[in-house]
Design a protein around this ligand. Structure first.
Ligand code: NCD
Length: 303
């Protein structure tokens, strides 16, 4: 792994992705073998936004490598409340840890913060921007369930504000994948993301109805409408509750369909899907541990 910081899926080549995924598979096959690998190493957690999976799976990952965390804790109890700048916070915290994971509501914040630190900084989500470590566990899950080449994927929901979508769509351009984007017109991919995908030569199609493509899909990646990112609550209410799936809606799908979701879900996937063969979202969330172990191992090793 030649990268110092992990900021965006755009920086990851196919070789980088395969290195992390292959290593994650080795770790998943024999986690005990890695139990002392990074004994004494500390991972600094800077979460300026809510998180369950990203924060807890990074914590589990460093602990399963023999290390530990130093956690800033909730923003309201940190010096950010006293007016400390992000640059000062990260410059201080890099002295307490061997690597940092940061989640922040502002797009571009991870890139900015990384310019002030020498330890590896991993972007755990920057506003509506990017979420590259989620993408690595998404790709791992896709590879395990459907394979990454000759793949047809539907990505549905909030394509405008969904950072997991922006990262995943870009990373998939490294593989032989047909990407279908399904959303209300008001939540289509941002122009900048669409431009980048075209630049990478991606084959993408945009739809407003899932039925148009469902039967052709190998993977359906569903996302939550990102309520917290809407500047206007009325705009949110107009689209809330659209694009829900239940077991009945999936009857038209291929038997081999893999249904994924970065979670948390609100009402996009009915609970009756959980007991079907399609449901892969809990497995996906669990894959966060070996994938983040692999990533941390490669980054800490390279230091
Ligand atoms: C996602 C996020 O934070 O972007 N959550 C996660 O990390 N699994 C998805 C979301 O919040 O909808």
């Amino acid at each position: 792994m030649r990268h110092e910081h992990i900021i965006s899926a755009k920086q990851l080549s196919r070789a980088d992705i395969e290195e992390v995924l292959d290593h994650a598979a080795e770790i998943a096959a024999d986690p005990e073998a890695y139990a002392d690998r990074h004994a004494g190493k500390l991972l600094g957690l800077l979460f300026f936004e809510p998180s369950t999976r990203t924060k807890m799976s990074f914590t589990a990952a460093i602990k399963r490598l023999g290390g530990d965390i130093v956690d800033m804790g909730p923003v309201e109890y940190s010096s950010v409340k006293k007016g400390e700048s992000l640059a000062d916070t990260v410059r201080v915290v890099e002295g307490y840890a061997d690597a940092l994971v940061m989640r922040h509501p502002s797009e571009g914040s991870a890139q900015m913060a990384s310019e002030f630190v020498d330890v590896p900084l991993l972007n755990g989500g920057d506003g509506a921007g990017q979420h590259p470590t989620q993408t690595l566990l998404d790709l791992y899950t896709i590879r395990e369930n459907a394979g990454l080449d000759d793949l047809t994927i539907g990505i549905m929901g909030d394509l405008k504000y969904g950072r997991t979508v922006h990262s995943l769509a870009h990373a998939l351009t490294n593989f032989d994948v047909h990407q279908h984007f399904i959303s209300p017109e008001s939540l289509q991919l941002p122009r900048s993301v669409r431009y980048d995908l075209h630049e990478e030569g991606a084959t993408i199609r945009e739809h407003t109805a899932l039925e148009e493509v469902l039967s052709s899909l190998d993977v359906l990646y569903v996302t939550r409408i990102q309520e917290e990112r809407f500047p206007d609550e009325n705009e949110y209410r107009e689209v809330a509750g659209e694009y829900q799936i239940d077991a009945g809606a999936l009857e038209a799908a291929s038997d081999d369909l893999t249904v994924m979701h970065p979670l948390p879900r609100v009402d996009e996937i009915d609970h009756d899907v959980d007991d079907t063969e399609y449901a892969t979202f809990f497995e996906q969330a669990h894959n966060g541990v070996p994938v983040r172990m692999a990533l941390l191992d490669l980054l800490l090793e390279g230091q």
